[in-house]
Design a protein around this ligand. Structure first.
Ligand SMILES: *Cc1c(COP(=O)(O)O)cnc(C)c1O
Length: 427
């Protein structure tokens, strides 16, 4: 009976539902999830360790009692009201926390409904700011190769040209300025200096038309799982200051402790900060854009006088309530020790893979472990092998990686390592 029902679900899904980056007419297989608890998912009837934290978001794992309770409590009050002309405790409470836990100058909060929308809002803020400061000709963004900032059109325009499919969209995407990818995390001072000078040179050449800089600080995520030296952050800041550009840090993936810093912005303060993914502990879609007072003033000085953005579900009370509970939970545990324990164990477990056939690099940062291959991963075979080892992974391009929930214990990390090894040899 159950088997039949499951089969029907999968059959309908295959015929009618789009999945991320997947063909509708020749789809790769999807698997049925029937449960999720702690750091495990029930996939095709078997409990497996989750190596993906639902794309960086489920930092506390699944069905956490504190998050379940926060959501239930707010559902009992009200689930949504418009944010135009109205406000409520869940939004104010979340705003307070975000202002408190991010660097001091970031004190103005825009609540958006997804990461991509928050990047759109951040870009709009930058352009409107420059208009307000009397520089309407400054309309382009400076960024670096290898980045990922979301899937809507303006987000694609600042994503790596290959990842953002720029050739396919030629003429439709805003034309941004791309500098070289920051050097690898273990780069020496010379490599950093030479990268910095080419970026500075590029910025100087385009300064008259540049409005801002947008980057993922310290770790480029979906563009290639590329950690880079913290020294590069100062270079971005200095270029922005030298040419009157706003610096946007997209911490949608890195925020809330993933790299070992609560926010990378603690190392170097941007003018605009995007947060998403782990904001609600993976429960609901929500993002936030924080900016300085100077940015808010510049926007107010533009011809419209207001920030021209306002999603229907702005400040959704359910999402805000669970986000506040997630932040409280994170700060109430020794998250930094957990993140570093996961990272250390991933690093030592994955190290032997350095010499495995087809492996070109193994790297870890915070609670992220990455194995890079010399070929495109066979995702179907790799997924299959990882599941057989009791692990859920979703490799992409030439990368097999894990970024598990922070509650993942040593035994589960060891299972993840075994799953990655299995995926690497199958993929
Ligand atoms: C995931 C991600 C986004 C897009 O967020 P969505 O919620 O998927 O729209 C943007 N920037 C970065 C760095 C991300 O990792």
């Amino acid at each position: 009976m159950t088997v039949l029902v499951d089969h029907d679900l999968l059959a309908f899904d295959r015929e009618h539902l789009w999945h991320p980056y997947t063909s509708m007419t020749a789809p790769t297989p999807v698997r049925l999830v029937t449960g999720a608890r702690g750091c495990e998912l029930e996939v095709d009837g078997a409990w497996v360790v989750d190596g993906m934290a639902s794309w960086w978001s489920a930092i506390h794992g699944y069905r956490h009692p504190a998050l379940d309770a926060a959501l239930a409590q707010q559902t009992g009050r009200f689930s949504h009201v418009m944010f135009g002309g109205l406000t409520h405790e869940p939004a104010v409470g979340l705003g307070r926390r975000l202002v408190d836990i991010t660097p001091e100058p970031l004190a103005r909060v825009f609540l958006a409904d997804s990461g991509s929308v928050s990047v759109e809002v951040a870009l709009k803020m930058v352009l409107q700011y420059q208009r307000g400061r009397g520089r309407p000709e400054r309309t382009r963004m400076l960024t670096v190769l290898g980045g990922y900032h979301g899937d809507t059109f303006d987000c694609m325009s600042v994503t790596d040209p290959v990842g953002g499919m720029h050739t396919m969209w030629q003429g439709l995407l805003p034309d941004q300025v791309f500098g070289p990818q920051p050097p690898a995390y273990d780069a020496d001072a010379d490599a950093i200096a030479s990268w910095a000078s080419s970026l500075r040179e590029l910025a100087a050449r385009h300064a008259h038309e540049l409005a801002g800089i947008i980057v993922e600080p310290l770790l480029q995520g979906a563009g290639g799982m590329h950690p880079y030296p913290a020294a590069c952050l100062r270079v971005f800041r200095e270029i922005a200051d030298e040419h009157g550009l706003l610096l946007v840090f997209d911490e949608i993936a890195t925020g809330f402790g993933r790299t070992g810093h609560l926010f990378v912005s603690e190392l170097m303060t941007p003018d605009v900060l995007c947060l998403g993914k782990a904001l609600t502990g993976g429960y609901l879609t929500l993002a936030a854009v924080l900016s300085t007072d100077e940015v808010a003033r510049g926007i107010s000085a533009s011809e419209s006088g207001v920030l021209m953005h306002g999603p229907t579900f702005m400040g959704n009370p359910l999402a805000c309530a669970v986000a506040s509970a997630s932040i409280d939970l994170l700060l109430s545990v020794d998250w930094a020790t957990r993140v570093s324990a996961i990272g250390t164990r991933l690093a030592s477990g994955l190290a032997p893979l350095r010499t495995a056939p087809g492996v070109v690099d193994v790297r870890t940062i915070g609670a992220v472990g990455v194995v890079q291959l010399d070929h495109e991963v066979d995702v179907v075979a790799a997924t299959e092998a990882a599941l057989a080892a009791g692990v859920w992974l979703r490799p992409f391009r030439d990368l097999v990686y894990a970024m598990p929930p922070y509650i993942t214990g040593p035994d589960e990390v060891d299972r993840l390592v075994a799953g990655i090894a299995a995926a690497v040899s199958a993929g």
